[in-house]
Design a protein around this ligand. Structure first.
Ligand code: SF4
Length: 360
């Protein structure tokens, strides 16, 4: 599965689910959004296995995204989840910081598990490079690419003008002869980066009727958080908790996939965030509850008990599903996350003639 095929599903509600398998990580990158350490928390394996057992051939996410911390610290759990997912037709993507690439050879179980995933994403940036040398990451990726496995690199920089980005992208493209797609994003002031990175919040205009809808594309895929709660998006503050009330979909220890999918599709608040975005919802339906920041506004509004009453007649309109479909199609045309300048790099290595059309 190519990165582009995965991104085509990104705006499709409940097309995939994230499992935050562990907050633990053996690396200590300065920008770590999850503030991970080797001693960080994780849920028992049974919580994830039980939830994955509720996927069926008739009702399952298209993609299971396994992330952390460092997901491959729980390599046996990853293996068990892949077996369950594949048995019902769910594809699996693993995202890794590549700690194992520091060894001269990849440990056999990790090598075997990676060989069975449908897409493997490696993180590479100036902070990871202080922990795992680039040449060693490239050595492992070469093995995967040479045997025909779908891989991608997730690269972050301070902004579009960060000279590191131009240099590393050039190196990746030359090293892999443009066979490896790259997703380029900006470091955010969350987790450990909050201690050293200042980011200006986007200021809201204070004329309510001037606010245009700005749909949130990240409110489509549920995320099993580090504490087992299932939330409506992968925003780190939402995952870390406290989970805003209207973004909480359930818990992996007690709910099944069908229930979570249904809540993701039917929640009035989550549907409104997907179509209008938080600023518009705040100003129109939550008595001017907007504040600095896109997600900060969403958090604040998600705890407003009045907003659901205000949204009910709007979301219940017969035309709403048509509007939702149109918004989703527009987002599929262009998934807007990441640094725009480098958006074209997602297409590297894409060979559409070899792949099924993926429209969600
Ligand atoms: S706007 Fe809300 S739903 Fe979207 S990513 Fe931010 S917190 Fe999550």
């Amino acid at each position: 599965m190519h990165l582009v095929d995965m991104l085509a599903l990104r705006p499709v509600p409940a097309a995939a689910v994230f499992f935050s398998l562990t907050r633990r990580c053996p690396l200590s990158c300065a920008h770590c959004s999850t503030n991970s350490m080797l001693t960080s928390d994780e849920q028992p394996a049974e919580v994830f296995l039980r939830f994955a057992d509720s996927f069926t051939s008739a009702d399952h996410p298209e993609i299971l995204m396994l992330t952390g911390g460092e997901a491959l610290l729980r390599v046996k759990l990853v293996q068990q989840l892949i077996e369950r997912a594949h048995a019902v037709g769910t594809k699996v993507c693993v995202i890794s910081g590549m700690f194992f690439a520091r060894e001269p050879t990849v440990p056999p179980l990790i090598r075997d598990v990676i060989a069975t995933v449908d897409h493997f994403t490696a993180s590479l940036d100036v902070f990871h490079e202080q922990q795992v040398p680039r040449a060693q990451v490239f050595r492992v990726l070469h093995e995967l690419v040479d045997r025909g496995q779908d891989v991608s690199l997730q690269v972050v920089g301070l902004d579009a003008h960060d000279p590191y980005l131009a240099e590393v992208i050039d190196d990746i493209r030359q090293t892999f002869a443009d066979r490896v797609p790259i997703m380029v994003a900006q470091v955010r002031a969350v987790g450990r980066a909050k201690t050293w990175l200042q980011q200006q919040p986007a200021h809201l205009p204070h004329l309510p009727l001037d606010i245009d809808p700005a749909p949130c594309v990240l409110a489509a895929w549920p995320t099993v958080a580090f504490d087992g709660a299932v939330v409506a998006c992968c925003n780190q503050a939402v995952v870390d908790g406290p989970h805003p009330e209207h973004l909480l979909l359930g818990h992996a220890a007690v709910d099944d996939w069908t229930t979570i999918r249904e809540r993701c599709l039917s929640s009035h608040f989550v549907r409104a965030i997907r179509v209008f975005g938080p600023h518009y919802v705040a100003e129109r339906y939550s008595a001017g509850n907007g504040c600095d920041g896109y997600c900060a506004t969403c958090h604040k509004v998600a705890n407003d008990p009045a907003v659901i009453t205000q949204l009910e007649p709007v979301i219940s309109r017969a035309t709403m599903p048509i509007v939702e479909q149109q918004v989703m199609l527009m987002q599929q045309e262009r998934f807007s996350q990441g640094i725009l300048t480098y958006e074209h790099l997602r297409w590297l290595g894409y060979a559409p003639e070899k792949r099924a059309v993926c429209v969600g």
